[in-house]
Write a protein that binds this ligand. Sequence first.
Ligand SMILES: [Ca+2]
Ligand SMILES: [Ca+2]
Length: 471
Amino acid sequence: MSTLTGYMLLGALLAGPAADGDFADWSDEPAVDEPFGDAAGPVDLGPLQWRLDRHGLWLRVSAAEPANIAQSGRTLTLAIDREAGGSDYRGSKGVDRVIEYSPPQDDDRYGFRMLVPEGVTWRPVASTQDYLRSAPTVSADSYEILLRSAEVAAGTRVRVMLWNDQAQDVSDWVTLAEQRTLPVARPSLDRHADTELRVMVWNTGGEDAARQLKRFARLIEAIDPDVALLDEVAPNQRSDHLKHLPYQSLGGSGGRQRGLILSRWPLTPVESFRFLDYPVAAAELIEAEGTDFMRRDLKNAKGDGVPANAALVTHEGRRILLVALDLQCCGDGDGSVQDRLRVIQARRIAAAIDQAREETGFDELIIGGDFNLVGSAQPLQLLQQAGTPELTIANALQPDGLSNVTWIRQGDVFPPGRLDYVLFSSALRQLSGVVFNPGVMDDRQLAATGLKPDTTDRMSGHQPLVIDFSY
Ligand SMILES: [Ca+2]
Ligand SMILES: [Ca+2]
């Protein structure tokens, strides 16, 4: 067994249940015998698993064909029957609550919503992003969902539906029974005792962070990173406001999406990242298939270049290449124009990393930023392959241990998702990791940081990833 495999197995054994896209926590849960093959491919549901504990209802849902849970040509519904009465929903009687992923909206299916009965129709209720966690955010044929406890209890009946305009597949009703609450692995916010390198990765939300520099400084101070990879740094941020921060490198590429790298130790700029030309393939794709906005914005995009920055830091005799990036946002899943643009950008950044390897002969590599990974996992995989052996994806859970989402925006049509990633090369060892979200810290954790629950939310929908490494 390689050290890496051993480490990952150890991680799986120590971890508690989480809605994180890792299904190792589903070994022997009760299953609903929903067969594959009894419905049209896109809407064909497979076996379900569930568990009810004090955190809420955990579900594992399988589908015959992969798609993004919140941006797909089909709708995934959780129908909830928790009391007498209720209404009819797509042929099911007595339904009291409905949660739809990828609900029909205008001409498309995207986002999520909760509906409650109103007479014979259904009314959407204001989205609080707190009642639901789901994973993975990338396209998949299996999803983990955590529905928080206020919506369900022992005795509640639940069924799952997958449907589009042509067909639907519906599971049997499940009557929930409370089960033992498994201990959740709450990540520590404290710097691990053996840490040699603490890395923070954060999409700052551009102008919002620039306008709140005291709050921004408090957050940096609370996290106390050795190195920070910040992306979407507004162009005006450096000269006016961030002068007091030690050693910095502001990218020349990416316009308002560009990256800022901070370090305790001296940084050296890298020539191949001075400016990443906008790839010809990206311009051609936008001209042929892009949205009106993309076509109008193409001239700016070409002028801005690809949003990635890199710098070399030397610590304990190791020369580490740090890469901060912000890939194309949005898109309706695999193969969308946006997804293909992310792939083209990832290739361009990987090529710049290859050039930097020749230029500097760096020893180790860390890549971090907003991958905007709402389509395929291909952009992430391409950048993993920028290392030999392949780079490892850092694991980080929310402080409550329940999920690994990195983006939450209250009231948004999209559910919380994992958009931000850290990748690292083989001589680095991950000691700990957390998505630094004061909003779900307990009192002790909050007191330790001195922050308020809304500290990051007021600046960015993204939350910082904080990873401790040793060599
Ligand atoms: Ca899991
Ligand atoms: Ca089925």
